[in-house]
Design a protein around this ligand. Structure first.
Ligand SMILES: Nc1nc2c(c(=O)[nH]1)N[C@H]1C(S)=C(S)[C@@H](COP(=O)(O)OP(=O)(O)OC[C@H]3O[C@@H](n4cnc5c(=O)[nH]c(N)nc54)[C@H](O)[C@@H]3O)O[C@H]1N2
Ligand SMILES: Nc1nc2c(c(=O)[nH]1)N[C@H]1C(S)=C(S)[C@@H](COP(=O)(O)OP(=O)(O)OC[C@H]3O[C@@H](n4cnc5c(=O)[nH]c(N)nc54)[C@H](O)[C@@H]3O)O[C@H]1N2
Ligand code: SF4
Ligand SMILES: [Mo]
Length: 701
């Protein structure tokens, strides 16, 4: 028996924690025998969550696919890679030939940005399709962040990150980092870092319709009506202006006077009924924020996936800007990553084209996923007839999942690059499974960009690639070659992801021209990661707007104020549904590991006891939850953590669908929140789905 220790990052979520794994080799077989946090990791300092320990369960899961599978009637049969690639090429080429390029749609899911081979190579094939029907999980997640940065700073990836380690005041809206481990703020051991704010005499304030785990540890928690955050933020900004609480920014800024004028009537008193936060509390929060030596306002999921997501993120930027906290230590700062996608890509584009049926706007070449089902279901020229899903489960992740299922059922052809036969991939004709995380090397092209320090690392694979298996990037190279051969399209040669990273590192800020001389070879010598220092002020030279000035009042955003002006408080007896995350879960795909799903069930609906009793319902009862688009049954749990008039249901459950081959998940299926979310509820400016604040009714089942 030989034991070996390995160090590498976990890339299941955005926190990219360093792990120490032990493998044991006996009789030629290698087993993972221990997974722990790496105390020497320069960034995560030993932090780990239960999901990382489940990496061994993913590795060993008998349900995980290990070879390409072809659907023959209701059966799945193994098929050789080359035959699978030829079949995809043939079917897609024929469909595009008959119905045009846009007849093939693409949906890329969340692991697409966590798995670097998908980042570097999925477009090698997908780009050849030249379809405008490209969709991804971005538009059920963080599209408002990107659009705001694109319009204000000239690049959708110039996202100012909370300087959590140096701030004196952190205002969090719609984020629950204690459960999610942070998002668009890569911050392993977030709890320690939040407690450190408090220990140095600072304050943490959380705005959330639920007293979340993060709200519970905060110095102050304000309940807000779901979808009401824009009103709260308008009230804050208006107070900052009206009470002269602003500080001059060092940044070059255009349009602040236009903002001041546009929101002159949005006083705390006028906004209070819309957000259900008392006016005096709004004013006091503005004063506290402005009085802190340094402060940062941070908004996440809860304020991205709601009807005014882009207004919210614009207001977050402006509050940081006018208090002198944008691009300042202790405020919000942009990273300087070792592989810098801001430097190497263009600023992107918005609304150059629209979706066919509902005219939803394009952003960075993608359309909002809320429009995906209707593009398949609505007949006429340009109708989508084939779909490629990549590392995504839109049936459980995107609004009105039942409508999407109906649409998938009617497709001529569907191929999924995925590890499982799940709620979405069961509709595919062909499933192409890649190697597992531990069989892959890893460089985080995405989350180093959003980290609270400048950090970098490269990790080699821990387990050998099984014979006949392909990495995700190799699958895309295979697909590209087959498709190019079939259609006669030109295909440029490519190099492996690791070689691309080597080039990116060497050409980057810390590369050949710097004292660091970072390259793949130097990173191999640093398995615990390399710390490149705290974030610092850098926004002015990085701005990519036409005149290199911050645009405080982008016309597209100001135009959206008219939509906000029509916002009204809901009827007194209206229930609004919001989402929830749990540290042992990860979107829709990690319920198949006993280690993570054991213990108390976590899929229930939470409801305030007064809302239960006014409906004659009791704690623990099975209830029927209905929305405009659908109905589910689920158990309800009374919770004083809920704001009255609000119910909370986590997404990613609903595994009891015929044909799903995930044994443990199917045993504790829960119900899908996205059977209730409504594809017509959107942040209309960006097209991002409004998954929070969905009107529902709850009655006894
Ligand atoms: N109601 C509601 N809905 C939501 C949310 C919410 O808060 N509320 N959150 C939204 C958010 S933030 C997101 S990001 C989306 C996520 O939405 P999706 O990305 O559509 O869904 P996931 O559950 O992340 O599914 C990931 C899929 O990738 C596969 N997979 C995992 N690793 C790999 C890999 O390395 N390679 C390949 N090829 N496949 C892999 C898994 O088997 C699974 O099928 O859900 C959104 N939906
Ligand atoms: N354990 C775990 N970790 C994860 C994931 C996971 O599924 N499980 N998913 C990963 C992904 S893909 C993402 S994008 C991140 C997301 O990370 P976060 O943004 O931290 O997401 P959540 O934990 O869903 O927290 C959202 C909070 O917003 C609140 N909320 C809902 N509606 C509103 C509203 O209208 N206004 C306000 N102010 N608050 C509202 C909810 O009550 C909830 O507490 O997490 C990542 N990490
Ligand atoms: S918080 Fe958990 S899932 Fe996320 S990177 Fe760290 S160990 Fe992995
Ligand atoms: Mo996400």
């Amino acid at each position: 028996m030989t034991k070996t220790l390995h160090h590498r990052a976990c890339h299941l979520c955005e926190a990219i924690c360093g792990l120490t794994l032990e493998t044991t080799e006996a009789d030629g077989a290698v087993q993972i025998t221990s997974i722990k946090g790496d105390p020497l990791d320069t960034f995560s300092r030993g932090h780990i969550c239960p999901k990382a320990v489940a990496l061994q369960d993913i590795q060993n899961d008998p349900d995980r696919l290990r070879q390409p599978m072809l659907r023959v009637g209701s059966e799945w049969q193994p098929i050789a890679w080359e035959d699978a690639f030829s079949l995809v090429a043939e079917r897609l080429a024929a469909i595009q030939e008959r119905h045009g390029q846009n007849a093939v749609a693409v949906y890329q899911g969340n692991p697409s940005v966590h798995n670097y081979g998908l980042m570097t190579h999925s477009n090698y094939f997908l780009g050849l399709l030249k379809t405008r029907n490209r969709f991804s999980a971005t538009s059920v997640d963080q599209l408002p962040h990107h659009l705001t940065s694109h319009l204000m700073y000239g690049h959708g990836l110039l996202l100012p990150i909370p300087d959590i380690d140096h701030t004196d005041f952190m205002l969090i809206l719609g984020g629950n980092p204690l459960a999610s481990n942070g998002s668009i703020m890569t911050v392993p051991d977030v709890e320690k870092r939040l407690k450190a704010i408090q220990a140095r005499g600072g304050k943490v304030v959380v705005v959330d319709p639920r007293r979340s785990e993060t709200a519970a540890m905060a110095d102050q928690h304000l309940f807000v009506r779901p979808g009401g955050d824009a009103a709260l933020l308008f009230g804050l900004l208006n107070t900052l202006f009206a009470e002269n609480l602003t500080r001059e920014s060092h940044l070059p800024v255009d349009g602040l006077d236009d903002v001041r004028q546009a929101i002159a009537t949005f006083t705390a008193e006028a906004m209070s009924p819309l957000c259900a936060v008392p006016a005096e509390q709004i004013r006091q929060l503005a004063r506290d924020f402005a009085a802190a030596p340094t402060a940062v306002c941070y908004g996440r999921m809860g304020v991205s996936t709601q009807a005014f997501g882009t207004l919210c993120h614009w207001l977050v930027q402006l509050i940081n800007l006018v208090t002198g906290n944008l691009d300042s230590v202790g405020g919000a700062l942009c990273t300087e990553p070792a592989v810098d996608l801001v430097a190497s890509t263009s600023g992107g584009h918005f609304n150059r084209w629209q979706s066919r049926v509902s005219a939803r706007p394009e952003y960075a070449g993608e359309l909002p996923v809320s429009a995906l089902a209707e593009e398949m279901l609505t007949e006429g020229e340009g109708q989508v007839r084939a779909l490629i899903t990549v590392a995504g489960n839109p049936v459980l992740s995107t609004p009105n999942g039942r409508q999407l299922e109906q649409a998938l059922d009617g497709l001529e052809f569907m191929v999924s690059v995925d590890l499982y036969i799940n709620e979405t991939t069961r509709y595919a004709d062909l499933i192409l499974p890649s190697t597992s995380a531990l069989e892959n090397d890893h460089y985080d092209t995405t989350f180093n960009m959003f980290a609270v320090r400048n950090v970098t690392r490269f990790n080699r694979a821990i387990l050998a690639k099984p014979e006949g298996a392909l990495h995700d990037w190799e699958i895309f190279v295979g697909l590209a070659k087959a498709f190019a051969a079939k259609t006669g399209k030109e295909l440029k040669p490519t190099i492996a992801p690791a070689q691309m990273i080597d080039l990116g590192l060497r050409m980057g800020l810390y590369g050949d021209a710097s004292e660091h001389k970072l390259s793949l070879a130097t990173l191999f010598d640093h398995p615990h990661g390399v710390d490149l220092g705290a974030l610092k002020s850098n926004l002015a030279p990085r701005l990519k707007t036409a005149n290199q000035r911050v645009q405080a009042a982008p016309p597209a955003i100001l135009a959206d104020l008219a939509r906000f002006a029509a916002l009204q408080a809901p009827a007194a007896d209206q229930l609004l549904m919001i989402g929830r995350r749990h540290v042992r879960s990860n979107n829709s795909w990690m319920h198949n590991y006993q280690r993570l799903v054991k213990g108390k069930p976590r899929h229930q609906l939470l409801m305030h006891p007064d809302d239960l009793s006014s409906r004659g319902l009791s704690d623990g009862q099975r209830v029927r939850v209905s929305s405009r688009v659908g109905m589910i049954e689920v158990e309800v749990v009374a919770s004083l953590d809920m704001m009255k008039g609000v119910v909370s249901l986590p997404h990613g459950w609903g595994h009891a669908r015929p044909g799903v081959q995930m044994t443990i998940a199917s045993g504790q299926p829960g119900s899908s929140a996205n059977d209730l979310t409504d594809e017509c509820l959107l942040d209309e400016l960006s097209g991002n789905a409004a998954l929070n604040g969905v009107p529902v009714t709850v009655a006894a089942a």
